[in-house]
Design a protein around this ligand. Structure first.
Ligand code: CMP
Length: 143
């Protein structure tokens, strides 16, 4: 079954949005198979956001994502990667539709509440960066 990596960013944790965000993915019907509150190291942040390292905002991005705890998660379900991206909304919260997480809770492109993998390749890479194999569990759940 398809898995994706989702992360409530430091602004979302500070603003007590972890429960609201988990609730949306649970209500949709996806299965939570891994989760932890953690402070990301500079190395992990630079690795995770490696594709952006030439961008002018890279330093700001790494500073922000390491500035406080994040809530890292692995979710499982049919088409979860693309569906979660739809539920998150556009990267810039000012362009994100109402009803999406960023549309409802975000204001700036940097502090946009949540990150989610954008492809099967990045999901596999990001899950591997943030979670040990033993931290991703297998269990059955009724639909
Ligand atoms: P995310 O989905 O975590 O992936 C890369 C992040 O870069 C993105 O969300 C934004 O939060 C961030 N980002 C994109 N553009 C900018 C920008 N112009 N300034 C600061 N951060 C940005």
């Amino acid at each position: 079954m398809e898995k994706t990596f989702l992360m409530v960013k430091p602004d979302g944790v500070q603003r007590n949005l972890v429960g609201e965000i988990v609730k949306r993915f649970e209500a949709k019907g996806f299965k939570l198979v891994g989760a932890k509150l953690m402070v990301i190291s500079n190395d992990l942040a630079a690795n995770h956001y490696g594709e952006h390292k030439e961008r002018p905002f890279f330093g700001e991005l790494v500073n922000f994502i390491t500035s406080g705890p994040v809530f890292a998660m692995v979710w499982e379900g049919e088409n979860v990667i693309l569906t979660a991206r739809d539920m998150m909304g556009k990267t810039n919260p000012l362009e994100a539709a109402s009803g999406t997480i960023r549309g409802d809770f975000g204001m700036t492109v940097g502090k946009n509440v949540i990150h989610g993998s954008d492809s099967p390749e990045s999901a596999e890479r990001e899950i591997g960066l943030f979670f040990d194999k033993s931290e991703v569990v297998t269990y059955s759940k009724q639909d």
